[in-house]
Design a protein around this ligand. Sequence first.
Ligand code: NAD
Length: 349
Amino acid sequence: MISQSTASSVKESATTAVSRPRLAFLGVGWIGKNRMEALIKNETIEVAGIADPSRDNLDAALAVAPNATTYGSFEEILDSDVDGVVIATPSALHAEQSIAALNKGKAVFCQKPLGRNAAETEAVVEAARRNNLLLGVDLCYRHTCFRQIHDIIQSGELGHIYATELTFHNAWGPGKEWFYDPKRSGGGCVVDLGIHLIDLALWTLKGTKVQDVCSSLFSGGSTLKDPETQVEDYATALINLTNEQQEKTAIHLNCSWNLPAGKEADIQANFYGTKGGVAFRNINGSFYDFRALRLNGTQTEVLFEGPDEWGVRAVGEWAERLAAGKKFDPEANTIVEVAKVLDRIYGRI
Ligand SMILES: NC(=O)c1ccc[n+]([C@@H]2O[C@H](COP(=O)([O-])OP(=O)(O)OC[C@H]3O[C@@H](n4cnc5c(N)ncnc54)[C@H](O)[C@@H]3O)[C@@H](O)[C@H]2O)c1
């Protein structure tokens, strides 16, 4: 366990800049290839090599990075001279692969979830801290227009935020079968979608502590009975936070896969304060287009709306920081706090 004081005593440090970091890509399915293409476009990095057991996915990735080496195994990446590894494999592999890469001196950018639970997540952050290496996690919704919501709340202009409503319904559900196998995914819609919303809330409501968590998990319309063999496809949770003044914030979380939501996706993060509200909402059921709104009584002001290339900013920022020689950043501890809330939603602690 890393205590907060130990973690924050390790200050982010810049050492020798790596002019164009050489990266290995581990797992180039949908998101791995997407993030690799984005990094190729912004020219911050060099794609040194790729590893993926799926020949089709490997070939599709090599088509956009024809000069990349093909690694036959993860061990080949570990023994190579790459500066960093971008991991986008099935979720249950993330912690083990991240720790192995960090222990071999490679910086890591990993897809969420970083671990299947708080213990795994904490072990990865600890490996990054111990080896003083940059660790990034693809918490990509922080890089949408939600940033404006975050900044308004942080400015204090909304007074005390007493209520937060978080929603992420993906009416399609994941297309790949491994998502439905808890051994390979670590869980269902909470670890897939809820993780983003909990991260947004804890990031925005800084200085609060989780007081209690109460949740209900469903699978196929029935109570989730066996988390060893089933994953939840609907979850609802009430998470109570308190701040230093002992004022409370109630967070209501709802997330699902395959819900008859009447549209492809319903994504919202609404925050209500004593001096007004703000909302982050997807547009027309889109997975990609969002609005940021300022709410005053019955009036709504649009702060931002429309298409935006937000999906690639987290990985782009990580690559730029790696190129600038950045090392471990204690901010990585925030993902452990998120994982602890997920453990409580799952009833593990
Ligand atoms: N940040 C986000 O919002 C976001 C969005 C989508 C997916 N994800 C996460 O990204 C991860 C991948 O999701 P996806 O939809 O791209 O899945 P995917 O199934 O399309 O891709 C996974 C890839 O990993 C490969 N793989 C499997 N075992 C491997 C191994 N041992 N070594 C190397 N490669 C291996 C598979 O062949 C496949 O190409 C998941 O953890 C998911 O939660 C995050």
